[in-house]
Structure formats: C-alpha cells, structure tokens
Design a protein around this ligand. Structure first.
Ligand SMILES: [Mn+2]
Length: 304
C-alpha cells in the first residue's frame, strides 16, 4: 500500500481509483540488469523527489490538478512475479482510460505492459539502446531484450536517443524488418557518424538528431509514429550523462533534457498517450536523477 511518503506529488492521501485521472505503480525490481544495480530504489526516490517540486505547469502556469491513484510500490521476487505485479494495475488503468505511470525498476518491467497495452498502440522508446536482442545473458525477459518482446507481440515501435554502439545482431534485425526509419540516433559525432562502415550500411541519415531538435527532425519523429495511441517508454539512459542522471548502463552522449522535454510535449499534444514508464534510474545522493524523473512525470501529466 502507498505510505505517506510513497505518493506522487501529493504528500497526503491516496485518491480512490474510481475518482482518479491517472494511476501510478512503483516496481522495486532490478534483477534483470547486467551491469549497475540500484534501480529498485528508484520508485520511492522519485515519489519522494516529487514532493519537493513546484507543481505548476511551466506552460500554462496552472497547478497540476490531476488526481493520481497510487497502487504502491511492489517488491516482486523474480521475473514472473514482477510481470504479474504490473499486468493487473496496468490493465485496469488503461481499460478505465486513466494515464498509467509505471516507475521501474530496470527496463524489464515493461514486460508487464505487453498484455495491457492495446495492439493499436505504438511504444515510443526513449533509450540509448535498441534492446532488440533475442535474449541477453540467456534471458528472454532481460532489460536488453525488451524491445524484441514488444516486437514479438506485434506492436509498432519508435526509438529515440539510440547511440553509436549497436551490435550486429540488432542491426541485422533492423535491416530485415525495415525498422531503420523508426530509429533516431544521438551519435557522439553526428557528422562523422556515417563514415563508420557498420552504420553507413544500416541507418538513415535524416534520422540523426542534432542537439536542439529542429522542426524538420521533429516532423520525422512524429511521422514515424503511425498510430494515434502511444505508450511512452522512457529508459532514463536516453539522456546524456551530462544531464546528471545515474543509470545502470551509462552511455555517453544522448538527448538533452530540453530535447526530451520538447519531444514529450509534441507527442502528448498530437497523440493519445495511454501511459508512461520510467526505468533504469539509479537514485543519486544529490537527488538529481530522481528529481528529473519526477519532472518528466509531472510534465506528461500536465500535457496529456
Ligand atoms: Mn537503455
């Protein structure tokens, strides 16, 4: 159950599900990581950090009025229990047309969404990684294979923030399934990027995102999302490390906070957002990453 400090934005109370506009579930689970641990502590840290924020929409100046039901923070033992813990609250929220906020945990928590999200929705993945491996370290439900699981279920996907180092297995899959136009890169050296042998073969030049995303790039991203309904799937490692977030698989370069915000704003404005997941955040002792994550939740709540 939600404890007083385990609520999103509101210190007291927990609005009943029937009377809420959105619902949040925390999943303290990081068993599926392959490098840095600590994401299990993120849900509580993000909720705590949210209490320190001014809850005003930066664009309208209005205070956030959304009633958010809290499903609490689950501590599942093992993948199967984790998937089950996510499935019911996700299904209940999405069916009742309430924005579902899932706070991981490692990225594998998204496996719990696959039954709940309707098939006519696109997963908009903000991630440094494609996560398109068939399995990783022998696990099909690894955080490094989560996009492949989404693909297997037949969902559309778009990736934003993917970096230079992508393995050949994933690239071949991208070519086979003609996914190149769905992937937007944040390479370390955008102009030199295409001289690299591996990349010139697979990728689309117009999909390289430069800092300070312009109208043209924004249009390309939006047109790659082919459905009205979307689920926003944020792996916090989409952000450039210099933005101050700690994460399980740190990857230099990536999206700035400004660009991530802009992309979220445009998607919220133009699409029907069913929910939002934030995964792979490792809370830091200065509360930077968890405050950024709380802000992202807040912004999406304001903009949908
Ligand atoms: Mn990632």
């Amino acid at each position: 159950m939600a404890k007083p400090n385990h609520t999103l934005f509101f210190v007291q109370g927990n609005p009943s599900f029937a009377h809420c506009d959105a619902a949040v579930l925390g999943v303290a689970f990081d068993e599926n990581t392959c490098y840095g641990r600590g994401a299990a502590a993120a849900p509580a840290a993000i909720m705590r950090a949210s209490h320190q924020m001014d809850i005003e929409d930066p664009l309208t100046g209005k205070t956030l009025q959304t009633a958010i039901h809290n499903f609490g923070i689950k501590k599942p033992k093992g993948v199967r229990e984790m998937v089950k813990a996510v499935e019911k609250p996700a299904q209940k929220s999405i069916e009742a047309k309430k924005l579902f906020i899932l706070l991981g945990g490692d990225h594998s928590v998204v496996n719990g969404l696959l039954k709940a999200v309707p098939k006519d929705a696109t997963f908009v993945n903000f991630d440094a990684h494609l996560d398109l491996r068939e399995k990783w370290q022998g696990k099909k439900q690894s955080h490094a294979a989560v996009s492949k699981r989404i693909f297997d279920k037949g969902f559309g996907q778009v990736w934003i923030g993917v970096r230079d180092r992508i393995n050949e297995e994933e690239m071949q899959f991208v070519a086979e399934k003609s996914l190149a136009r769905k992937i937007f890169y944040c390479p370390s050296m955008p102009k030199a990027f295409y001289r690299g042998k591996l990349f010139s073969k697979w990728m689309q030049r117009k999909n390289v995102l430069f800092k300070g995303i312009g109208k043209k790039q924004l249009r390309a991203v939006l047109s790659a999302i082919e459905t009205e309904k979307v689920f926003l799937n944020i792996d916090i490692d989409c952000l450039d490390l210099r933005q101050g977030v700690e994460t399980g698989v740190p990857t230099p370069f990536g999206l700035t906070l400004e660009d991530l915000n802009l992309l979220l704003f445009e998607v919220c404005k133009r699409k029907k957002v069913l929910g939002l997941s934030i995964a792979e955040l490792v809370p830091d002792s200065f509360n930077r990453g968890q405050t950024i994550a709380a802000m992202l939740c807040h912004n999406v709540l304001c903009w949908v």
